[in-house]
Design a protein around this ligand. Sequence first.
Ligand SMILES: Nc1ncnc2c1ncn2[C@@H]1O[C@H](COP(=O)(O)OP(=O)(O)OP(=O)(O)O)[C@@H](O)[C@H]1O
Ligand SMILES: [Mg+2]
Length: 442
Amino acid sequence: MRYSVCPRRQLLTETGAMVSRRPASQIYKVTCMKSVLGRRRSYSKYSLDEPFFPSIDIEKIISTYAQHHTKRLSLEDLLRFGCPPIPADQLVLNARHIKQEILSSLARRVIALRNLPYIMMLNPNISQIYHKYLNSISFVHGDESFKPENMAADEENREFTKALEKVVDEHTDAIPVLAKGVAESREYISSAMADRFLDEHLRVRVGTRLAAKHHIMLTKQSTSGLQNGRYVGIVDTRLRPDEMVQSVADLLADVSDLQYGLRPTVKIDTGSDIEIEYVSEHLEYIITELLKNCFRATIEHFTGQSSSSHYRVGEKSNSSQGIFGGPTASLPPVLVSISRAPTGIQIRLRDRGGGIKDHHLSKIWGYSESTFEEDDFDDGFKRLNTPPPSVTGTGGSSMGGLGYGLPLSRAYADYFGGNIELESIYGWGTDAYITLQCARND
Ligand SMILES: Nc1ncnc2c1ncn2[C@@H]1O[C@H](COP(=O)(O)OP(=O)(O)OP(=O)(O)O)[C@@H](O)[C@H]1O
Ligand SMILES: [Mg+2]
């Protein structure tokens, strides 16, 4: 299906220097030729804003790796090495496999970006993402003509892992940039196409980052003694979902206190005996996003506060009991039940936040469907996809904003075969059901 491209003065002016009918691949080649980089630079000086290996034939790499068939990682794949330390020869085999998979995913995303209506590539935010992907390909691939013969396995893995760390780091804040770019280009693309593009893009990103972070952690656990017997790469083999829910709830209560002056609570009624093997970062993301929605709905329903009357992050509430001085205990707790399911677990979050209107319910899984007020939008971009507060001590500092929370959480759950569903009674509250497929369930 083709979409009509309708040039707008504002976009063209904003990107004046880039207005050109050249294909994006040529723009990249020109950037490379102008670069005066040496053949190899120290990793510490590396920035994804410039191509790292300008001499390599990026178009050839893209067309080769875009054909490569990628396989979604299962939890069993992640756990197959057992507890680190892992011998250097196995680590390097994993590195070579991961390299192929990542290059293939990046190459396909570059092609997907090129397939967007051309005018979207002129948007500075989308262009930034596009160049990040091109440069990541160049960096992950490296200049193989430079690779010394008979490179030792541990050195090859060390070099590759350093490159991966840089790429993971550089893409950490990419989602807000992409979200902004797509939002600014909404008039050039239908909602359905934007949602499809974002969903595919973000799902691939979940998989790419998972593979990269897992390999980085396996290497660290194998080479620098960073191992306590509990983690295999990024899989927590003794993850307690009840503890995760409670710690996320405590952190979000702090955020709510800053933003609304109120501290909602959770009540976990079952599941304190359940332990799973799962990627803790994924579960933390899901619980954080769903609980944020529950807390926000509960507060707004019971106090009549809307997003526009929120305390802004950074302003201090004047009372630990909330800005209205009312007892926080009067908010009904979010009820959490954790139970075993045939091949994993199910977590139900039940709030009494007034529910969701029927006509809105069918749209909430789309990107950008939010009932947050307009003036929260820019904040939302900055916050979006920041790691949960417990990871950084700073992230997740607001309760809602862009409408990415639900669809992205579902993408995380779905990655290992799980799902998230919502049931809502308008005027009363909402139940969220998270189903996770686990490697082991005992
Ligand atoms: N538990 C809930 N109670 C009432 N409404 C909800 C609940 N969960 C989600 N919603 C509605 O669904 C919309 C989309 O939720 P989603 O989490 O995807 O985005 P958001 O919370 O608006 O922004 P973001 O999560 O990106 O910060 C919300 O704006 C809200 O209107
Ligand atoms: Mg949300």
